[in-house]
Structure formats: C-alpha cells, structure tokens
Write a protein that binds this ligand. Structure first.
Ligand SMILES: O=C(O)C(=O)Cc1ccccc1
Length: 306
C-alpha cells in the first residue's frame, strides 16, 4: 500500500483528489505543498498529490516553482476535480456578524463575487489550506469567524454550513497531479499528457517561437503554457509546457530532443494518462509508423541505396 503525502489537514480538496486517485493509499497530511513534495523526495512518502491549476485562476505557482527548482519529481497521474465551496462557522454564528474569514488563496479568488456581495465588510485572510482554515475556526478562541472550505471539512471540524455553493461558477475544476521520485514511466495509453520545464540558453528575438516550432512541426498540441520568473531580474523567464502525447511517441520524443538541442535546460516532468481520456488528433506525417518509415528511408540514403 503506497504512502502518499498531500496538502492537509484532513478535509482538503487535495485529500479528496488523493482518495480518487488511489483509494487504498495510506495518507500523510502535510502543512504545505512544499512539505508534501519534500516528503516524497526524502522517502517519508512514496509520492505526493498536489494541486497544479484551476479553471478560474490558472496555475498554482508554488507547485510550478517546486517542480522547476526542487529536487526532481515525476508526475505519474492527474485528476480533474470539480470543487464546491461552503461558508462554515462555529454554531450560533450569523452571516452579518462575520468580520474575519479564513481560507486558502485559491478559494478566495473562486468565491470573489459571494464575498463582495454577502461579506462586504469582512477581512479575508489567506490560510495554508481550506481544511486548515476550518480547523482553526473550530477552535473556541479563534480570531476568525468563518472559513471557506469543502462541506465535508465543516462536518469534520464541527462547524455549521451557513451557505453552500458559494463559488462564482458552479463548474470550477481543479487539476491535481500525483508525483513520485524519478523511476519507470507509466506506459503510453494513446491518451497521454507530457509536462516539461524549459530554461532558455540566452534571450534573443524569436526564442519563444523557436521553442513552439519544435512542437508545431511535429504536430504536438500544447494544452498549457506558462512563463515564470527565473528570479534573475525583470524580463527573465522560464517556461512550463503541457502537451498531448507520451515521450514514447516518436513526435513527442523528437520535439523534446529538439528543445534539448536549442534550449539551456529541459526538465522532463513526466508522461502520464490524461484524466479526460481525450486522444490527440495525429496530423499527417507525424505518427510513429511515419517517423519509423522516414528513419528507414534516411538510413538507405546514407547507405547509398537510393
Ligand atoms: O486547500 C485545499 O483544500 C486544497 O486542496 C487546495 C485547494 C484550494 C481551493 C481549491 C482547490 C484546491
């Protein structure tokens, strides 16, 4: 039974994602995304489950930066989780009396309209996770009047639900990934995604276009691209890419080998089955048999046989 670290405590959305990704895993709650990833790196856990992006606010930058700068980890699974937020408080609390609200920053951005409409005078404070907020609010002397978290977190920490479904949109989805220390990759399924971090060798006109060309000419469809600051000054960025396909696919392998040739550093973050099961549309000339046939043809040309 694998032991998986996650952003805890009990009752986070990440825990829900972990249970869906691996119902039999032993769960190790951690206070932060970084602590969960460090548990996987050190061997305290066999892997970790962390949020990567959501459909409203985009990337969870702590996760992206950990993947880029921390000891290498490989993504081996992803999950898309619809999330619903509730306003939770100690029994007896009434909404007009709520002055301080505690929750995770991702919940703040996803419940903006509700907060400004129903809690216009409340101060909203960032918590390490939604469940950490619920746990804190449950303490009798807590400086916070309410938490925004999953309904189940309220049940777990003895809070009452003052309002449910308070997200600005009812169809918000968060994408979670499961990572482990580098090792054998999941096999290609025909519906896979690959994630990379790329650092430029040097800044020059067309550097981004050159990277994109490596994908474009091999018919590889991107599903996410982010630029993140390197920390070396304004205007210095590195890039995250998600794209369709598995590194075992010829077009994907050729594209990332091309990036390796022209960029400063390419960090491979994994090839893993897509949560939505969508298969890529393969452009003419970019299938594995077509790459193999072209390789055979080139070998004959080099051998003077054509
Ligand atoms: O704090 C949590 O419960 C998390 O798992 C992070 C998070 C917060 C808000 C939406 C999705 C994930």
């Amino acid at each position: 039974m694998p032991r998986l670290a996650y952003l805890g405590p009990e009752g986070t959305f990440t825990e829900e994602a972990l249970r869906l990704l691996d119902p039999t895993a032993e769960r190790l709650p951690c206070a932060t995304v970084s602590a969960a990833l460090n548990a996987a790196r050190s061997g305290d856990a066999d892997g970790a489950v962390v949020p990567l992006e959501n459909s409203i606010e985009g990337a969870i930058t702590t996760t992206l930066d950990e993947f880029a700068w921390g000891e290498p980890l490989l993504i081996n699974a992803e999950l898309l989780l619809p999330v619903q937020f509730s306003l939770l408080a100690r029994p007896g609390t009434e909404i007009p009396h709520i002055k301080r609200v505690y929750t995770h920053p991702a919940a703040i951005t996803q419940c903006r309209a509700y907060i400004s409409r129903e809690l216009p005078d409340a101060v909203v404070v960032a918590a390490p996770s939604t469940a950490a907020a619920a746990q804190e609010v449950s303490l009798p002397g807590s400086p916070y009047d309410a938490a925004i978290a999953a309904r189940i977190a309220g049940e777990h920490y003895g809070l009452v639900e003052l309002a449910g479904h308070i997200g600005d949109r009812s169809d918000t989805v968060t994408r979670f990934v499961k990572v482990s220390r580098p090792g054998p990759l999941p096999e290609a399924t025909g519906s896979d995604r690959t994630t990379l971090v790329v650092f430029l060798a040097d800044d020059h006109p067309g550097a981004l276009l050159e990277m994109l060309t490596e994908f474009s000419v091999r018919g590889v469809n991107l599903t996410r691209i982010e630029s993140r600051p390197t920390g070396d000054g304004i205007g210095r960025y590195f890039f995250h890419f998600d794209f369709e396909g598995h590194v075992a696919d010829a077009r994907v392998g050729e594209a990332i080998a091309g990036l390796h040739r022209i960029c400063g550093e390419v960090r491979f973050l994994g090839s893993y089955p897509r949560a939505d099961g969508v298969a890529p549309q393969i452009k003419r000339g970019t299938s594995d048999p077509e790459f193999a046939e072209a390789g055979d043809w080139l070998a004959k040309v080099r051998a003077g046989q054509v």
